[in-house]
Design a protein around this ligand. Structure first.
Ligand code: C5P
Length: 219
């Protein structure tokens, strides 16, 4: 039996990669599997929460009891999140959102020639930062995948994006982060931190949610 500590709490979670179209058959993306975000959604339901999962293209089934909204691009994910944000008390940005997109998507398949080709890219909106700026801001949690100086970069994001909490993982270590079934996180907030030791993403998700819950109560 799991104590339903998130009973009545509604969570909005982003997960997976985004796809940024170049033409009807090509896109830019990244290696995110969506496993961490899906584990968070599944465990949040187990703890009694109402969960909306805004997901980029992944090969995972929606966990039982989760309302999934499927999107492709960062712009679509931004729009879906902003439409839902007011209805949720907690936002967890777990998606690996593409920072850039092609300046435009060609309507027809791009043809090759012998010439070199370069892509012009423009910045995508920062979904997490925009959620944190919202007038009816939820308790806002970000993720930071870093390869070095993890605490410095994570705390920088916490402040710059005005977050309540950030969960950082060192993706230079094997068996954590992208595509792995296991992870290890260090969670930072304004005046504290907590290490969540290496374990299955399910366990890490459960611990992160319990930590969020304890901060919600003291808010
Ligand atoms: O700055 P950086 O991309 O490393 O921040 C990572 C955090 O920001 C993650 O929580 C990610 O989901 C979120 N993010 C976002 N929209 C973007 C880029 C990142 O929500 N365009």
């Amino acid at each position: 039996f799991v104590e339903p500590v998130l009973n009545g709490v509604s969570l909005l979670i982003t997960a997976g990669p985004t796809q940024e179209a170049l033409d009807p058959v090509r896109y830019l993306t990244n290696k995110s599997s969506g496993k961490m975000g899906y584990a968070l959604a599944e465990q949040a339901v187990a703890l009694g929460a109402n969960v909306t999962l805004v997901s980029g293209p992944v090969s995972l089934a929606a966990p039982a009891g989760v309302k999934r909204i499927s999107v492709e691009s960062a712009a679509d994910m931004h729009q879906a999140v902003m439409a839902e944000v007011e209805a949720h008390q907690v936002f967890i940005g777990c998606a690996a959102v593409a920072d850039y997109r092609p300046v435009s998507a060609a309507e027809q398949k791009i043809k090759k020639s012998n010439a070199e080709m370069s892509l012009e890219l423009v910045r995508n909106p920062d979904i997490l930062a925009d959620v944190a700026k919202h007038a009816k801001r939820p308790f806002t949690v970000g993720f930071a995948a870093e390869t070095n100086d993890v605490e410095t970069y994570a705390r920088g994001k916490l402040e710059r994006k005005n977050l309540d909490m950030i969960a950082a993982n060192d993706v230079s270590k094997a068996g954590q982060g992208f595509n792995a079934d296991t992870n290890a996180l260090t969670v930072y907030w304004k005046d504290g931190e907590r290490a969540l030791a290496h374990g299955h993403k399910r366990q890490i998700a459960r611990q992160l949610l319990q930590l969020i819950q304890s901060h919600l109560q003291s808010k």
